[in-house]
Structure formats: C-alpha cells, structure tokens
Design a binder for this molecule. Structure first.
Ligand SMILES: Cc1cc2nc3c(=O)[nH]c(=O)nc-3n(C[C@H](O)[C@H](O)[C@H](O)COP(=O)(O)O)c2cc1C
Length: 309
C-alpha cells in the first residue's frame, strides 16, 4: 500500500513523505542518535531538535518529571546551534531516504529570519518547522505564538527568508487557537503543527520547591491528547492548509483520532521515550488498519469525524 503524499502542496517544490507518521522535535535528537535503533526510512519525516542561532546549554536540572498521564519537561532548548547543525548534521541527512525538517526557535523576529536564511539551500534540510512557543524578549517575554499579529510576523519573516517549505508549530497555551492558525496561514505558512506542550508544573512537598529547574515546564503525553485533538478539530473547520497533529500519540488508534479530526499527518513525541520504534510501529499499523478496512487512501479518513456532526 502506498501511503506517500505531499505534505506541502501549496509550496512550489512540495514536501513528499513516504508516510504520514513523523517524529516530533526534541524527542528524536538529530535522528543520528536513533539511526542504529530504528529503521528510519519507515518514518514519514524527522523533525530535529529545536535549533537556535547560538548553541544553548539549556535549563538547570532537573529537566524531566513524570506526572500522572504525562511528562513535564523544561529542557530550555538545549542545542548545538545552527552552524553545527549545518556543518555536522546536514551532510549526514543529505544521504538519508527520509526528509529532515529543522525546527527553529528565536528570541526576536530577526533571529527567526536569520535562522531561516542560514538554513536556506542547505543540502539535507527539506523544510523548516517554526517553533513559536518561545518568549519574545522584545515584548516582555510574551510567547510569539500567543498573539496572532506576532505569530503572523514571524511567519512572514521566515517565509521571505527561505525557499524551503515552512511549517509553523502552534502553542496550545492560548484561548483562541483558530485566530492564531488563521493569521499564520494568511502569512504564508504551508502547513501547521498542532501542538507544542501545555505549560505546567509540579511542586516537591518535602522541599517546598518547584520540582523542575526551569520552575514551569511543558506537559506532553497522554494528558495532552484531548487538548491537541480539540485544537486540530477546531482549526480544520476554519483553516484550509494541511495540519499535523501532535500530542499524546502512542498507538495507531491515537493517530487515527487525529486523522479523523482533520490532520493529514501526525508526530510522535514522548512515546519515543518508551519505545524508540513507536513511529515506525504506528506507520506499519496504519497500513494494516487501512488494508483491513479496504481503505485505499488516507485522504478518505482525514476529517471524517466532521461529517457526522
Ligand atoms: C523532552 C522534550 C523536548 C522537546 N523539545 C522541543 C523543541 O525543541 N522544539 C519544539 O518545537 N518542541 C519540542 N518538544 C515538544 C514536542 O515536539 C511535542 O510537541 C510535544 O511533546 C507533544 O507531543 P507528545 O505528547 O507526543 O510528546 C519537546 C518535547 C519534549 C518531551
């Protein structure tokens, strides 16, 4: 069965994937760490660790804490910086049979533009995923992704700085996800990833202190799934660019919920920490599920949950 499709049909060169199951940024390193463990050609695309202009050491430890139904992280965008990505990682990716999407993060609009420019035409980089869940230091630390105007401005600057397909990854820490999605789509994004982690925290009752070094962190895993799903469902009705669902996907059944809500692709994040082969397993199980049901094209499933309301 052929599950390959073009994730970014609005882009002149498109973004062809072998299947619609991707791995999420920050949970699969640069892919290289997993290449021995997992058959990477069975993954739709690899989204690499969030990349900034300069290398970042990240937040104080502890950075990971397991909660009921999820995982809190405050990694703080630890990464090797864009120059090392171009020098050390991209040449490896260029020989891979799977596209690598570079996730970028900035503290100012200009930083996003510089990152996009620097990664443009780098062999091995197939697309950009713009993480707008970052604090804008010029606007008192408000997240870019929490305001439609700022979210659109970042999108526009990235679009004018690169010829690569641009996917924008939205934060769930907003009251009206549809207004953000609409603004980003109008600013030229070719696809949206929904969603990043939900802000949360845990407190150590013995020490009377927040558990995480970063005080608050991002909640991922099963607890995030219903939130992410409701956002995909709402955005699908109003915004007509491809959606990538992300949040608490551990099985093909989880993935199918996102497809039915309107996602054309999904990303696997925290589940990779339990089993590094989750994405390849979900992709294989999806194919089996479609065969069993006699479904020839995933497009027949995408958004189908809307037809019955
Ligand atoms: C340890 C960790 C690191 C992450 N780092 C990034 C990152 O650098 N950039 C980004 O956009 N999202 C990052 N995320 C968010 C994930 O890509 C994903 O959106 C989120 O975890 C929800 O999916 P999940 O429930 O399947 O984990 C990170 C998540 C985790 C758990």
């Amino acid at each position: 069965m052929d599950l390959s499709f073009n994730l970014c049909p609005l882009h002149p060169s498109g973004l062809r994937l072998n299947n619609p199951v991707l791995v999420a940024s920050g949970t699969f390193g640069y892919g290289t760490e997993f290449a021995e463990l997992v058959d990477i050609k069975q993954i739709g695309a690899i989204v690499c660790k969030g990349t900034t202009l300069e290398p970042r050491p990240g937040n104080h430890q502890p950075r990971l804490y397991e909660t009921a139904g999820g995982l809190l992280n405050s990694i703080g965008l630890q990464n090797i910086g864009v120059e090392a990505v171009i020098r050390e990682k991209a040449p490896i990716w260029a020989d891979w049979p799977v596209p690598v999407i570079v996730n970028i993060a900035g503290e100012t609009v200009e930083e996003y533009g510089k990152l996009a420019q620097r990664l443009d035409s780098v062999r091995g980089v197939s697309a950009l995923e713009v993480n707008i869940s970052c604090p804008n230091v010029q606007r008192g630390g408000q997240e870019f992704g929490s305001d439609p105007r700022q979210a659109a401005e970042v999108t526009r600057v990235v679009k004018t700085s690169t010829s690569l397909p641009v996917i924008v990854k939205l934060t769930p820490n907003v009251s009206d996800i549809v207004s953000i999605a609409r603004a980003v789509a109008q600013a030229g994004a070719e696809a949206l990833t929904l969603v990043n982690t939900l802000r949360g925290m845990a407190i150590d009752v013995e020490r009377y202190r927040p558990v995480l070094g970063g005080i608050t962190g991002g909640l991922s895993g099963p607890a995030l799934k219903p939130v992410a799903l409701a956002m995909v469902y709402a955005v699908y009705r109003e915004v007509k660019i491809p959606l990538i669902g992300c949040g608490g996907i551990y099985s093909v059944s989880d993935a199918l919920e996102f497809f039915l809500a309107g996602a054309q692709a999904v990303q696997i994040g925290s589940a990779t920490f339990i089993n590094p082969a989750t994405a390849t397993k979900v992709a294989g199980d999806l194919e089996q599920w479609m065969k069993k049901r006699g479904i020839a094209r995933l497009a027949d499933v995408v958004g189908a949950a809307h037809h019955r309301t």
